[in-house]
Design a protein around this ligand. Structure first.
Ligand SMILES: [Zn+2]
Length: 229
């Protein structure tokens, strides 16, 4: 019965790949297999002291750090990320989270991690946008890895958009922007902090500094779905 309903729904509202627009097979969701295969991987998680880890080494404590897909402007991935953030397509975030979660899980990236948390968005910004795209990414990662989502971080104040800022300006802009709201839940635990796009690393760096100050024995993993090179 369910299959018939699915077939009927697919006839009137065909599900299409968010990148190439082709019709999705039954087993595919949001993206077709071919588009998933061609997304540019950094493979940073296979490298010792990878370029993402070098952004944080000696500055904040962390166990592992990686950015999974290489992000470049005007790419198909950038368009999908833009839709995820600004055009009410949180399903794109969830699917990207699942894909990244599956691939990194198979490679053992999450070994020693206990929970995942999104880079928090200030309530005012979230109210205006309607959602925090990183929450959906983290749901997808949780689904793929079995790691629970931890509601432990919050944005304590709104900060300006950082697109045109230098690293130093970004760090000043983010100073005091995040807070650990449940430090007990993180004692002795491994926390994966998840961002959508990492450019200078200032957001993850600020959060890692905040978490390590509030909970010194928390093991921190830094993960961005996309990374610029
Ligand atoms: Zn496609």
């Amino acid at each position: 019965m369910l299959q018939i309903l699915t077939d009927i729904a697919d006839f009137f509202l065909p599900r299409t790949c968010h990148i190439c627009g082709c019709r999705l097979r039954e087993s595919e969701r949001v993206f077709c297999v071919r588009c998933i295969e061609t997304l540019p991987r950094s493979l940073y998680h296979l490298m010792p002291l990878n370029p993402m880890e070098r952004r944080f080494a000696g500055i904040v404590p962390f166990v592992r750090a990686t950015g999974h897909f290489i992000y470049s402007r005007n790419s198909e991935l950038a368009a999908a990320v833009h839709d995820m953030k600004y055009r009410q397509f949180p399903s794109v975030g969830r699917r990207l989270g699942e894909i990244v979660g599956e691939e990194l899980n198979m490679a053992g990236f999450f070994s020693g991690a206990d929970c995942v948390a999104a880079v928090p968005m200030h309530w005012w910004k979230k109210a205006r946008r309607g959602y925090n795209q990183a929450d959906f990414i983290v749901e997808g990662i949780s689904e793929a890895t079995g790691l629970p989502v931890a509601d432990v971080l919050e944005a304590s104040r709104a900060h300006k958009t950082q697109t045109a800022m230098t690293l130093q300006q970004r760090l000043a802009n983010l100073s005091g922007a995040f807070r650990v709201k449940d430090s007990d839940a993180l004692r002795g635990k491994g926390l994966v902090i998840v961002d959508d796009v990492c450019t200078t690393g200032s957001t993850l760096r600020s959060l890692a500094a905040e978490v390590s100050m509030a909970v010194p024995d928390c093991r921190i993993y830094l993960l961005s779905i996309c990374v610029t090179v």
